[in-house]
Design a protein around this ligand. Structure first.
Ligand code: ATP
Length: 137
């Protein structure tokens, strides 16, 4: 069993999809071990996405991710990182498989409904970025 970190991004929160997305996550066998509604400051978003700071879309990404409330969560399941990336689908919703969260709820490459960690190491870093020890179960 291991863990991944996810955010329901501002587009999906704004569009009323928190409940549907959390239901898909739990129905796929993930246990939610930390959960909150919060909002990133510009500085938080810059730190969270620092790895993308040289990419042409960085400014747009930071502005979008700090534009409204998000849901942050830590999820537990066997093979959590890879299985969650399968559940969310491709970064660009046009390429996302049928039945994936992004196919159903993403609006564009930038506004793509959810984040999922890309490695066990980043899952731990991203979870610790968002949750204090006493919020982790
Ligand atoms: P995430 O890290 O959010 O799970 P990902 O691993 O599928 O997404 P990355 O390539 O790591 O995708 O990009 C991080 C995020 O940056 C994407 O989810 C998307 O919101 C945004 N992004 C990526 N490419 C573009 C682009 N060409 N234009 C606008 N935004 C983009």
């Amino acid at each position: 069993t291991n863990r991944t970190f996810t955010m329901i991004k501002p587009d999906a929160v704004k569009n009323g999809h928190i409940g549907s997305i959390l239901a898909m996550i739990t129905n796929a066998g993930f246990k939610i071990t930390s959960l909150k509604l919060t909002q990133l400051t510009v500085s938080d978003a810059e730190k969270f996405y620092a790895i993308h700071s040289e990419r042409p879309f960085f400014g747009e990404l930071v502005a979008f991710m700090s534009s409204g409330p998000i849901v942050a969560a830590i999820l537990e399941k066997e093979n959590a990182v890879a299985d969650f990336r399968t559940l969310i689908g491709a970064t660009n919703p046009a390429d996302a498989a049928e039945g994936t969260i992004r196919k159903l709820y993403a609006t564009s490459m930038g506004e793509n409904a959810v984040h999922g960690s890309d490695s066990d190491e980043n899952a731990a870093i991203e979870g610790a970025f968002h949750f204090a020890g006493r919020e982790q179960f």
